[in-house]
Design a protein around this ligand. Structure first.
Ligand code: ADP
Ligand code: MG
Length: 286
C-alpha cells in the first residue's frame, strides 16, 4: 500500500479500485438476546468513521461479527467479498484487521519481533527464520508511520500504554490490512497520546477503511470525518460530527451527558424536549 499525503475526508476518496466495507442487515443474538439488530453500515476508503454509542450499544459485538469472532446473520462485505461465515484467520488474511480494547502484543518480544510475527502470519516457520536477518520494507514503513522506529529493539512490555496501541496498529499495517477496526484505541491515553493517535489515524486513513469505536467525544470531534451512532444494537444516527451532535435522538441517548457530546443546549426546543424526556423517564422509573 502506498503512502500518500492526502487526508481522510467525509465520503472517502474512493477511486476505481478503492476498498470499502459494506454491512447489510447484520444481526447478532446471544441466546435470544439481540445485541446487534439489522445494522446497515457503509464505509469507503479514506473516510475516518467513528462508531459511537452508550455502553452495551453493540459496538464491540459488531466488530466481533465482522472479524468472525461471533456468528451473525446478514451480510458484511469487504470490497465485494463476503466475510460472514468465514473463519477468523481467513478474514484476517482478506485484509480485515482489528484491535482490542486491551492491547494484545507479545510483551517479552521486541517491537521488531512483534511486527515480524504479524508480517509472517500464515507463513511457514522456515520462511520466518530465513527472513529474520533483514527487515522487510513494510516493517520499516510501519515503524516509521507509528513513530516506533527508535524503540524497535525494546521489549514490547516496556512500552507506554499508547505505544502498545500504536504497535498493534503497526501489526495490522504489516499484515496489509485494508480495513482497520479499532476498538477504543485511545482509552486510558494521555491527551498527548490521543493527539498522536489521531495524527496516526490521519496518516493511515486516506488509503484504508478505518472504523474507530470511541467514547471520547473530544477525540471524535477532532478527528472523525463521519460518525455512526449505535444504540440498543441499532443504528440511531449517521452523518458528520455536526449532524449527529445536532440529532435530538442522539442527544437523548446521551442524556445526562449532553455536555459530553458538545451540545450547548442553546436551542430552546431541544433543551425542552430533553427535559421532557428526562421527566418521562423519571415518571416511568417511579
Ligand atoms: N458473549 C456474550 N454473551 C452474551 N451477551 C453479550 C456477549 N457479548 C456482549 N453481550 C451483550 O451484548 C450487548 C452489547 O455489548 P457490546 O458489543 O460489548 O457493547 P459496546 O461495545 O457497545 O459497549 C451488551 O448488552 C452485552 O452485555
Ligand atoms: Mg465495547
Amino acid at each position: 500500500m502506498t503512502t500518500s499525503t492526502s487526508e481522510p475526508k467525509p465520503g472517502g476518496n474512493a477511486g476505481m479500485d478503492s476498498e470499502y466495507l459494506e454491512i447489510r442487515g447484520l444481526s447478532v443474538s446471544f441466546d435470544g438476546f439481540k445485541a446487534v439488530t439489522d445494522v446497515d453500515l457503509t464505509v469507503l476508503q479514506g473516510d475516518l468513521r467513528f462508531l459511537i454509542g452508550p455502553n452495551g450499544a453493540g459496538k464491540t459485538t459488531l466488530i466481533d461479527a465482522i472479524t468472525g469472532l461471533v456468528p451473525a446473520t446478514g451480510s458484511a462485505q469487504k470490497s465485494g467479498t463476503e466475510l460472514l461465515g468465514k473463519k477468523v484467520h481467513q478474514i484476517a488474511r482478506l485484509g480485515v484487521g482489528r484491535t482490542f480494547q486491551t492491547a494484545s502484543v507479545f510483551e517479552q518480544l521486541s517491537v521488531l519481533q512483534n511486527l515480524d510475527i504479524a508480517a509472517g502470519a500464515g507463513r511457514s516457520p522456515l520462511s520466518l527464520l530465513r527472513r529474520r536477518k533483514s527487515v522487510l520494507p513494510s516493517i520499516e514503513e510501519a515503524l516509521e508511520i507509528t513513530g516506533l522506529a527508535a524503540l524497535r529493539d525494546q521489549p514490547a512490555g516496556v512500552l507506554a500504554h499508547g505505544q502498545k496501541q500504536w504497535l498493534e496498529i503497526g501489526m495490522l499495517l504489516v499484515q496489509n490490512a485494508a480495513v482497520l477496526l479499532l476498538d477504543e484505541p485511545v482509552a486510558g491515553m494521555s491527551a498527548e497520546e490521543r493527539e498522536e493517535t489521531g495524527n496516526l489515524l490521519r496518516r493511515i486513513g486516506a488509503e484504508r477503511v478505518v472504523v474507530v469505536v470511541e467514547h471520547d467525544m473530544e477525540f471524535m470531534r477532532s478527528f472523525a470525518t463521519s460518525v455512526t451512532v449505535l444504540a440498543g444494537g441499532r443504528v440511531l444516527s449517521e452523518g458528520t460530527v455536526e449532524q449527529v451532535q445536532a440529532d435530538p435522538r442522539v442527544q437523548e441517548v446521551y442524556l445526562g451527558t449532553a455536555a459530553a457530546i458538545g451540545t450547548e443546549l442553546e436551542d430552546e426546543t431541544t433543551a425542552h424536549s430533553i427535559e421532557a424526556s428526562a421527566q418521562n423517564k423519571e415518571s416511568a422509573d417511579a
